[in-house]
Write a protein that binds this ligand. Sequence first.
Ligand code: PLP
Length: 385
Amino acid sequence: MTDSTARHGFETRAIHAGQEPDPHTGSVIVPIYQTSTFAQDGVGGLRAGGYEYSRTANPTRTALEECLASLEGGRHGLAFASGMAASDITLRTLVRPGDHVIIPDDAYGGTFRLVDKVLSQWGVEHTPVHLSDVDAVRAAVRPETKAIWVETPTNPLLGIADIAALAGIAHEAEARLVVDNTFATPYLQSPLGLGADIVLHSTTKYLGGHSDVVGGAVVTDDDELHEKFAFLRNAAGSVPGPFDSWLTLRGLKTLAVRMDRHSDNAERVAEALVNHPKVTRVYYPGLVEHPGHEVAAKQMRRFGGMVSFTVAGGEQAALDVCARTRLFTLAESLGGIESLIEHPGKMTHASTAGSALQVPDDLVRLSVGIESADDLVEDLLTALA
Ligand SMILES: Cc1ncc(COP(=O)(O)O)c(C=O)c1O
């Protein structure tokens, strides 16, 4: 892919990369090419762009993929039907029966389920490791380790992993470093620049940004890996439709301004929670007392919009807070303009129950939206009262 906007700043690339005005009509916004197939001029005579069939490639999706690659600072981007489809294709490309992967000890529940319940059936082993502990990661590496899977910040405990240090360990072991950059987004953190081989997203979250689309993405600089990912995606068919691609592309245009506001509001919310007598612990990497604060400050532009906290009184107290907020909507997912609240133990991370990845039962997770910070703080204080 060539990116004529490569020399421009992030905000400019978010709006222009892969998005020249339509050559046929001048349409400033990339059209939704809502078609499954493309006319050919004679057998094998593909027209401009070489499009043939939309599972393989579609122009709206191509624009999204070029923009995603540009924002992550990589050469190749691929869009998927969901974040889990992106994870599935990535893992099935990297591992074979007998191989081993290292995952975060508080990995996103769906990623854990894929590794623990699906890949295990094909003889792939995994070790959950506390990724902030670089020595523990080094100790968990085996000769069969093919991938170290990183989330930073993690979901839901907002743990921070040192991407550059883990890239060094992965490469010494001839394994790949995969970074799920869903929580940080490319505006706040650039894993490829820190040595990662593959960056992965649930674009359902901040990249789409409006809670109206499910999608995923993978970006890499490695030509061979990209070819393998594209091959398996085409073989398996886990592609997003043109309208979903278009919605995600539209979301990307405002990513930078949204992430700044998410970060502003999350900082306000975290400060209010830290000082609250019913809150026993606040997990936010922007707080200086967070154990990963220094690493986060080194590798992130700001600290993002996710805040988790534990409540005095155990599980019932946490469930009560989730039931009482009015502006924070009780729902799974994250990264939209609206604020959400959830109980990871019973909702997003229920699949980790009884495993090493089980989350505290008094934990509440917030996706802090871009509403007025004063209103958000008031809503939480009322729910905690
Ligand atoms: C960090 C992270 N990675 C991956 C996923 C999976 O993405 P999707 O729901 O789009 O399949 C999620 C979903 O919540 C997530 O939070």
